[in-house]
Write a protein that binds this ligand. Structure first.
Ligand code: FAD
Length: 444
């Protein structure tokens, strides 16, 4: 019998285990795969840590606080250029007017794009303070990013949709104008104060949490199949493990935390209708990422060092991001985000040829890097990011509410924001709820 069983060894599950064992709880953490970290996944590509899932720590959020507490090495993300690939050409510039001027578009399209960029830039400065969102324009948050671009020429809309999808996952129609500032316009203005990079990759934060665990029993390759409450009000978890050949095991706990992507929950446990409806309101679309490490030591490739963010309209992916522009050591890495591409199951099979196809797409954007690729990796996610849509924002109280005071919900899906910061702050909230329930039960 455990005090708490945590389902899922991603950021939310690990942070909850860390908080709860500190407070003396007997905790078991069950993770279906052979690794911890969930969607904060970093792989080694030619000796470089490359993030195939979460990329940035957002300044001042719970993930930033945790990284500092756990001594994870950080460095600010300092973009100096913005780029656009369209009609077969890639243009990158530190100056947005110069960028637009050099794009292979008609004068009409260039004028539309220039006007949009100027407006987004001034809105950004009006609604942020020190790189943080502080909406000052009444009604701004209720408008969608799409409402800002519907009257633009089609080719300009395609460029902007790629940039917004790549920066935020969401389609502009699903994204509020406020969040478009955070996830898109911040790149346009080359904001240097809102994103921080973990030098060993994003997985270093959950890895540090896992390392700090002392009494928690961490069980890898343990997939929770189902759970139900027994007559005493405790939870019985049915688990499939690889070693059992599917025979299964059971764990019993007083409290359970569902720290898995929202779409996984309903199939595991019978829920009241209000909870199922709230979970249905969570949109967690799929996404595919290509990570590439390149040799840019040749003098003619020096400019590539400063490439920070390139919107790649019409390619397999939406944007290319270099998390450490200007590092000046002869190599660079680019993560190509395919949010429009969504989940491509076969991409996770190394023999499928998807990696090779995406690398060719990368070389179409950056032909000067042919022959300079040191390594590449691809990963596709069925559930990538819990979008902060107005529907999820409305359902938040129901998403957070426990069942019977003992079945708890914590992950990016139940957070006021999204991302790892949302997952870490939800772990904190739920841990406090459990400790409060334990202390009430003990002291009456
Ligand atoms: C491409 C991409 C880019 C992103 N960019 C950023 C970013 O820049 N910054 C940021 O902060 N966030 C970013 N995110 C989002 C961030 O990764 C997630 O919000 C965060 O990982 C959510 O944490 P979680 O613990 O809620 O869920 P997860 O990380 O998904 O962890 C859940 C864990 O549960 C396990 N699991 C699932 N089902 C079961 C089961 N039945 N039994 C046992 N275990 C189970 C999974 O294997 C997984 O390990 C990005 C994500 C992706 C995919």
């Amino acid at each position: 019998m455990y005090d708490v069983a945590i389902i899922g060894g991603g950021p939310a599950g690990l942070a909850a285990a860390y908080n709860l064992e500190h407070a003396g709880q007997k905790v078991v953490l069950l993770e279906e795969t052979g690794r911890l970290g969930g969607r904060a996944k970093t792989v080694d590509v030619h000796g470089e840590p490359v993030n195939m899932g979460a990329m940035f720590v957002y300044a001042g959020t719970a993930s930033h606080e945790l990284a500092v507490e756990l001594d994870v090495a950080l460095e600010p993300f300092e973009p100096t250029t913005f780029g656009i690939h369209v009609n077969g050409e890639t243009v990158v510039s530190p100056d947005n007017d110069d960028l637009v001027e050099r794009l292979p578009l008609t004068e009409h399209s260039r004028n539309g794009l220039r006007a949009f960029i100027r407006r987004a830039t001034s809105e950004y400065y009006a609604n942020t303070v020190d790189g943080q969102l502080r909406p000052a324009t009444p009604g701004f948050g209720e408008e969608s990013a799409q409402s800002r671009m519907s009257d633009l020429p089609q080719d300009v809309q395609e460029i902007l949709t790629a940039a917004i999808r790549g920066g935020s996952v969401a389609h502009p129609a699903e994204l509020s104008a406020t969040y478009a500032l955070r996830y898109f316009a911040s790149y346009l203005v080359k904001e240097k104060r809102n994103r921080v990079v973990s030098l060993k990759g994003m997985e270093a934060i959950p890895a540090a949490l896992a390392k700090a665990l002392q009494s928690t029993e961490v069980r890898l390759h343990h997939r929770v199949e189902s759970l139900h409450q027994n007559g005493k009000g405790h939870w019985n978890l049915q688990i499939a493990t690889e070693s059992d050949g599917g025979a299964g095991r059971k764990v019993t706990a007083r409290h359970v935390i569902m720290a898995v992507p929202a779409p996984r929950i309903s199939s595991m446990v019978q829920l009241p209708e209000w909870k199922s409806a709230a979970l249905d309101a969570v949109q967690t679309p799929g996404s595919t990422e290509l990570g590439v490490v390149v040799d840019i030591s040749a003098p003619e490739l020096a400019a590539v060092d400063d490439w920070s963010f390139i919107a790649t309209a019409g390619r397999a992916f939406d944007v290319m991001i270099n998390p450490r522009p200007g590092r000046k050591d002869g190599t660079a890495q680019f993560v190509c985000y395919g949010n429009t591409a969504g989940y491509i199951e076969e991409a996770n099979d190394p023999t499928s040829g998807v990696l090779e196809h995406w690398v060719e797409e990368f070389l179409t954007v950056a032909p000067q890097l042919r022959g300079r690729i040191l390594g590449a990796s691809i990963q596709s996610w069925q559930h990538c990011f819990s979008l902060l849509t107005p529907t999820r924002a409305t359902a938040l109280p129901q998403l957070q509410a426990p069942i019977d005071g003992t079945l708890h919900f914590a992950g990016d899906y139940s957070s006021e924001t999204a991302g790892t910061h949302g997952a870490y702050s939800e772990a904190k909230r739920v841990s406090q709820d459990i400790l409060h329930a334990v202390s009430t039960a003990t002291h009456g």
